[in-house]
Design a protein around this ligand. Structure first.
Ligand SMILES: [Zn+2]
Length: 267
């Protein structure tokens, strides 16, 4: 009699291509759900305790003409191409980040399945990818890092390291505290020294969550990569030395995922 774990390893070893195709498909379907969550992000940020209600109602619809989407308008990636990137009813453009999220999520699900070997670790990786995609797009689009995503991500990181041996639990707890504390201190330094609010409280909580997943030792790398990539993008868009807000949470999410993959790649 095969256990689910044996079946998992059999599937992965004997039907490798089919296994990764299934991961890609699952990732694209989850990405489609994440797209719906992101599009409701501004409402979720204010929802407080009614997050589940706002996630469930109303059903998927066009945000311009409010018509409910049929099943064929909801197929990950495919629907965007069938509809030529426009609402079937009113012709309003569907944001390009939507198929981008679905494709990225599919590819990152495959990557997680390649990096990890144990089914539990793969699922934890998928969870982290899903949260970081939501947070990075929400910060990029709306400059929002809602507590309803950053705080559960922090707790999930501590839980992951309670049951996994990848990061010692005391390093994860220190990582959460140091991640929050470092950006909090930086925020107050800029505020008192230059009277400027360079960061938001969501950034503190996101770095705390990444510290909980990756331990305090990874925080310098995450901050360095996020700052370098952020500065490169800002320079590309000629936004240096301007008062325009800076979606640091998007770069933190990217850097956190990068360090997570490097940390676990190869065992
Ligand atoms: Zn419409």
């Amino acid at each position: 009699m095969s256990t689910p774990q044996q079946l998992f390893f059999l599937m992965r070893e004997e039907y490798t291509l089919l296994f990764y195709m299934q991961c890609l498909l699952l990732g694209a379907i989850v990405g489609s759900f994440l797209g719906m969550v992101i599009s409701r992000g501004p409402r979720l940020a204010q929802a407080d305790s009614a997050v589940l209600y706002h996630l469930s109602f109303p059903a998927s619809h066009c945000h311009h003409c409010h018509h409910s989407l049929s099943w064929w308008e909801n197929i990950p990636v495919v629907s965007w191409f069938i509809l030529h990137g426009q609402c079937h009813h009113c012709g309003e453009p569907i944001p390009r980040w939507l198929p981008g999220v679905e494709i990225s999520c599919g590819l990152l699900f495959v990557l997680m399945a390649m990096v990890f070997h144990h089914p539990g670790d793969i699922m934890a990786g998928w969870l982290l990818v899903s949260f970081l995609i939501i947070l990075s797009v929400l910060d990029w689009q709306y400059l929002l890092l809602p507590d309803c995503f950053t705080l559960p991500l922090l707790w999930l990181g501590l839980l992951f390291n309670t049951f996994s041996d990848s990061v010692a639990l005391h390093d994860a707890i220190l990582g959460a505290a140091a991640g929050y504390g470092f950006l909090w201190a930086l925020y107050w330094f800029f505020r008192l020294a230059m009277n400027k609010e360079a960061l938001g409280y969501g950034d503190f909580k996101l770095l705390a969550a990444l510290g909980a997943w990756l331990g305090w030792q990874s925080l310098p790398y995450i901050c360095l990569i996020a700052s370098c990539v952020g500065l490169l993008f800002a320079a590309k868009e000629r936004r240096l030395n301007t008062a325009l807000p800076f979606p640091f949470g998007s770069y933190l999410s990217f850097a956190g995922l990068w360090v997570f993959i490097c940390y676990h790649y190869g065992g």
